[in-house]
Design a protein around this ligand. Sequence first.
Ligand SMILES: [Zn+2]
Length: 315
Amino acid sequence: MSFSLEIKRELSRIEEQDNCCKKAELAGLIRAGIALRTYKGKPRLLFITENPSLSRHIYSRVKEFYKNSPDVFMLKSKRFRTHTVYHLEFTHLMNDTVHNILEDMGIKIQGEGEALIYNTYSIQNRCCKRAYLRGGFLATGSISDPDRSYHLEITFPDSLIAEEYIRFLNDFEVEPRQIMRKGHYLVYLKEGQEIVDFLNVIGAHIALMKLENIRIMKDMRNQVNRIVNCETANLEKTVNAALRQVDNIKLIAETKGLDSLPGSLRQIAELRLENPDVSLTELGQMLTPALTKSGVNHRLRKIDNIAEKLRATHK
Ligand SMILES: [Zn+2]
């Protein structure tokens, strides 16, 4: 099961105690998810989802508040592999003046069903804002598998409801970004922490813990990798330097002879030849009197220079 579906299952199981919140959640769902489609010249009002628990959830909420309910159609699609799409049809509720669900949700139908017009939907209580935000995510939200990347988005058919959604989120210090894609308004989050905050706001606590665990594991793995990489790099540098020193010393020995070096350099050159794989610090400790790491380094650099000059003149 995808992480999106897991969260949506969790969310559609939340039982709100207060009617105010239930209604706000339904508004979030309907405003983000309902669409006007024209079939054979007639407008139809549909909420389409592949999620059976969401379909049941909307059905029972609408029935609870409006005594009327959408018609539900199950459509099997075989385009990729067989999967079921649920069509919740609200068309017959469009002109219900007694229980006008659309008006309640701040939506108007233009003309004979040419377009949906969204009015602002005002919410006072924080509890209801959370519920509204949850509804929006349930309707059109999706989240990537956190093992791979952090991305959460919710799409809206209209800029007004996209901006409204952002404003409600801002009230909880979550600041999403917005772009337009294929005529839809996309509100999205890309940071792990922001997504955790969002899940907290909409009450997806089980998903939140799962995401946190993955984040901790990822962090630890990255840290270990960083340390290992760093140690490997250092070790490589040390080994390369030692190989270069041995090469240089051999070159001097074969051309001018090590006797040509001043006493302090000859001493360290001989030691390095005998101990090609010890560190500079260890080399220093082999001398009497002992020499510091930087002292050893200084002498080896001089040897490197002499060898470089030899190489240049022998070419
Ligand atoms: Zn409420």
